[in-house]
Design a protein around this ligand. Structure first.
Ligand code: GLN
Length: 545
């Protein structure tokens, strides 16, 4: 087993996750079995309890682990299906150490940062290695920036680990920023030198320096030499990683231009052939050269945040590329629909998507958006909260159930169309207690959902929610034209609803966005984008009035 560690220097939000995933993709294309994981130095046990303002999207794995959104990149860029063991936080490390201490597992010793905490970090590496014996390279990204107090123990653990498994089996990659000072008109290497010096202080000598720059040309010969010399790496191992021009999926191609994968395999003494990057090239080509263009409104609450709906935006890109369509995403703040009108804000779009969410802010705006899409034959796709919103809207406006709502927003509402399952009612812990991870559900044939999933009988999708469609209302809503196209195999909970009389109105209780990949778009996203494209094309053909 070989190990690659990716650290970050100078500033956060460097695109370290993207660089690591791009490298993962290239190594995989060389026929190497790669597994990716992330170490996050914060004290939360997992990001599940964090606000999107703090953390962006919470990515959910098959096993129900609530993870850092970088794990989403890992799953999209490589073929590995990850588990809760692939995201370690300081919260988990300390939790384990303290539990062990209470059990008496340390046999009377003083429990210390070194070795007990650092051992626990290393144990995770061994655990993942043990669970995945067929993996050739374990690629670990360390969250945060070198020099942060909270990351120190992780770096110390890596130093010890490299000593233990043999330095020849480890490749350290440091991703840094080369800032450009406008007044000086040039990029500066000093922050990189200092951050590498900081790493060396801990005892880690990076093998490769990945330099974030706006344009690759900024890292000229002279600067490359300088960085190589000051940071003690080979000149070829100073690699520029520029802002992607069109899509993040250019990442592997950009690194390949500088043979980063070759440098890594050479460093690790792995003898394999060249990578086959044709699938990546083909996908990027589809994104860059679309034949059509449509506009989709994503109506949410955290619309101004880049990362809150990350996997949804990625899934839209995958489905758009699949249909040779550029999707212009209009990010709509649901509260704007409450104060203005649905027509004004989403009257001109080709499709409406309502993503997941928590809390009641903006929900009335989302209900108005769902109503507008339903009444005006605009393709509609609801995800998790989006499905609950669609159900409430249908109950209120088609079934005349005045006061229909979710008990999440109004505990005393007249018609709790969405409510808590019994096992959720008395929970007093918020962390990790939702309905989480992969659940199997049954698809009913003859439905749109069944058609999109190519007539599969059963599907498995990832969940992250507490509230459910209330079965007491199922019959009434069905009588009034709503189709339930999927229910969970175990409990019979409603998983997908649709309106057969509408061109495309479908909503799912699960999160399809966690299973979409660049060359493998999720069928529900692909169907939604196709329906939106069909709508636009039909309008273009129709005689102008
Ligand atoms: N707040 C809703 C629930 O907990 C929806 C969750 C979601 O959209 N992820 O059921």
């Amino acid at each position: 087993m070989k190990y690659v560690f990716v650290t970050g220097g100078v500033v956060s939000s460097l695109g370290k996750g993207l660089a690591a995933s791009s490298l993962g993709a290239l190594l995989e294309q060389r026929g190497i079995k790669v597994m990716m994981q992330k170490f996050d130095p914060y004290l939360n046990v997992d990001p599940g309890t964090m606000s999107p303002y703090q953390h962006g999207e919470v990515y959910v794995l098959d096993d129900g682990a609530e993870c850092d959104l970088d794990l989403g990149h890992y799953e999209r860029f490589t073929s590995g299906v990850l588990s809760r063991f692939n995201n370690l936080t300081s919260g988990q490390v300390f939790d384990t150490v303290i539990r062990k201490e209470r059990r008496g597992a340390y046999l009377g010793k003083t429990v210390q940062y070194i070795p007990h905490v650092t051992d626990e970090i290393q144990n995770r590496m061994h655990e993942v290695t043990k669970r995945n014996p067929d993996v050739d390279i374990l690629l670990t990204e360390i969250g945060g920036t070198v020099g942060d107090i909270e990351g120190h123990l992780f770096l110390e653990a890596l130093r010890q680990f490299a000593l233990q498994v043999g330095r020849e089996n480890v490749c350290f990659i440091h991703v840094t920023l080369l800032p450009k000072l406008r007044a000086a008109g040039e990029i500066k290497t000093k922050p990189t030198q200092q951050s590498v010096a900081k790493l060396r202080e801990i005892g880690i000598m990076p093998d490769i320096i990945v330099c974030r720059v706006e344009n690759e040309s900024e890292l000229d010969e002279e600067n490359r030499k300088k960085i190589a010399m000051f940071c003690n790496v080979d000149e070829k191992a100073v690699i520029p990683f520029s802002d992607v021009e069109h899509t993040i999926y250019e990442g592997p191609l950009n690194l390949r231009k500088h043979f980063m994968d070759r440098i890594v395999v050479k460093r690790l003494g792995i003898d394999v052939g060249k990578p086959d990057i044709s699938a990546w090239e083909a996908f990027v080509d589809k994104v860059i050269n679309p034949k059509h263009e449509i506009r989709i409104a994503v109506v949410g609450k955290y619309i101004e945040l880049q990362d809150a709906y990350k996997s949804i935006y990625e899934s839209i890109t995958h489905a758009g590329a699949h249909h040779s369509t550029k999707v212009d995403v209009l990010r709509v703040d649901a509260e704007d629909i409450e104060t203005k009108s649905a027509k004004e804000i989403i009257g001109h779009v080709d499709g409406v998507l309502i993503p997941g969410g928590f809390g009641d802010r903006g929900t009335e705006g989302k209900i108005l958006a769902a109503k507008y899409a339903r009444e005006n034959d605009i393709p509609f796709f609801g995800i998790c909260l989006g499905m609950q919103i669609a159900s409430i809207e249908y109950a209120r406006n088609v079934c005349d159930l005045e006061g229909a709502n979710s008990t999440e927003f109004d505990a005393e509402c007249a018609h709790p169309v969405i409510c808590l399952q019994e096992e959720q009612q008395d929970l007093d812990h918020k962390g990790g207690t939702m309905r989480l991870g992969a659940c199997e559900s049954i698809l009913f044939s003859g439905t749109l959902a069944s058609k999109l999933y190519e007539e599969a009988d059963r599907i498995t999708e990832r969940h992250r929610h507490r509230y459910e469609f209330n079965s007491d209302y199922q019959e009434l809503l069905q009588e009034k034209g709503l189709t339930i196209s999927s229910v969970s195999a175990k409990e019979g909970l409603v998983e997908i609803i649709e309106i057969p009389s509408h061109p495309f109105y479908l909503a799912a209780q699960f999160h399809p966005e966690f299973k979409s990949k660049p060359n493998l778009p999720h069928p529900l996203f692909a169907g939604f984008i196709k329906a939106s494209l069909d709508k636009k094309m039909a309008e273009e053909k129709a005689p102008q009035s």
